[in-house]
Ligand binder design. Structure first.
Ligand code: ZN
Ligand code: FE
Length: 251
């Protein structure tokens, strides 16, 4: 299994660096400069790029990196991506540094959004965040609910490598939804400790997200009740998800 580490970019992006010896892949290189600096510092050879979606803070560094390295660029085939060499639609199995990686279609944030799942690690871009989920820029609540359900079906020990450090902000919202959730209260304290020490809150595990992330808890009575107070039109999970997501947009 490759080793995963992160390269910070912009204000709160994580570019995930996968290495096997001196061979490297990166996930969502929104900026080429910090990636190039890390490759040089560690003497790494970049072999490929995995993109989850087309937003500039995820694909912005691809052209510059592809000009310097003979990379394979895996990306959603139905999104506008500069330099994509391997268009994907979900359901494929690709090989990354000798490791099989399963490609999942997780539309909602964007219409072609992909997640990459490898031996206990999920690179999910802007679909699932620590204690939150991505905004629905191009997809519907039904699509995002289905995407989150497919992630929730992975093993509980799966490490969730999302693309942004949004956990603290998301936890404030999660506490508004479920103030009585003790797992959530515990996570608020542990994430505050990590962030105060300058450490990332990512990756979390899927088990932690299932226990604390309101967007994975749309069948929990407390979340359903909160959604109804916010004007949810029904108790079924997609309606609950839509109401909670709408509330989060204005929180
Ligand atoms: Zn995005
Ligand atoms: Fe993003």
């Amino acid at each position: 299994m490759f080793v995963v580490s992160f390269i910070p970019a912009f204000k709160d992006n994580y570019i995930w660096l996968l290495t096997e010896g001196k061979r490297a892949f990166v996930v969502d290189p929104g900026d080429a400069a910090p990636v190039q600096a890390r490759l040089e510092a560690d003497g790494l050879a970049l072999e490929g790029i995995l993109l989850t979606h087309h937003h500039a803070d995820h694909q912005g560094g691809v052209a510059e990196l592809a000009a310097r390295w003979p990379v394979r660029v895996y990306a959603p085939g139905n999104e506008s991506i500069t330099g994509c060499t391997h268009p994907l639609s979900g359901g494929e199995c690709i090989e990354v540094l000798g490791q099989p990686v399963r490609v999942m279609a997780v539309p909602g944030h964007t219409r072609g959004h992909l997640a990459y799942c490898a031996d206990g690690a999920l690179f999910c871009g802007d679909t699932l965040f620590g204690a939150g989920c991505g905004r629905l820029f191009e997809g519907t609540p039904a699509q995002m609910s289905a995407s989150l359900a497919s992630i929730a079906a992975l093993p509980d020990t799966t490490r969730i490598y999302c693309a942004h450090e949004y956990t603290e902000m998301n936890l404030r919202f999660a506490m508004a939804v479920e103030p009585e959730n003790t797992a959530l209260q515990t996570r608020v304290a542990s994430v505050a400790g990590l962030r105060a020490a300058g450490l990332p809150s990512v990756p979390s595990t899927l088990a932690e997200e299932k226990a604390t992330n309101p967007f994975l808890r749309c069948q929990e009575p407390a979340v359903v009740a909160a959604a109804l107070r916010q004007g949810a039109t029904a108790r079924e999970p997609v309606a609950v998800f839509a109401a909670i997501r709408g509330w989060r947009n204005n929180f």
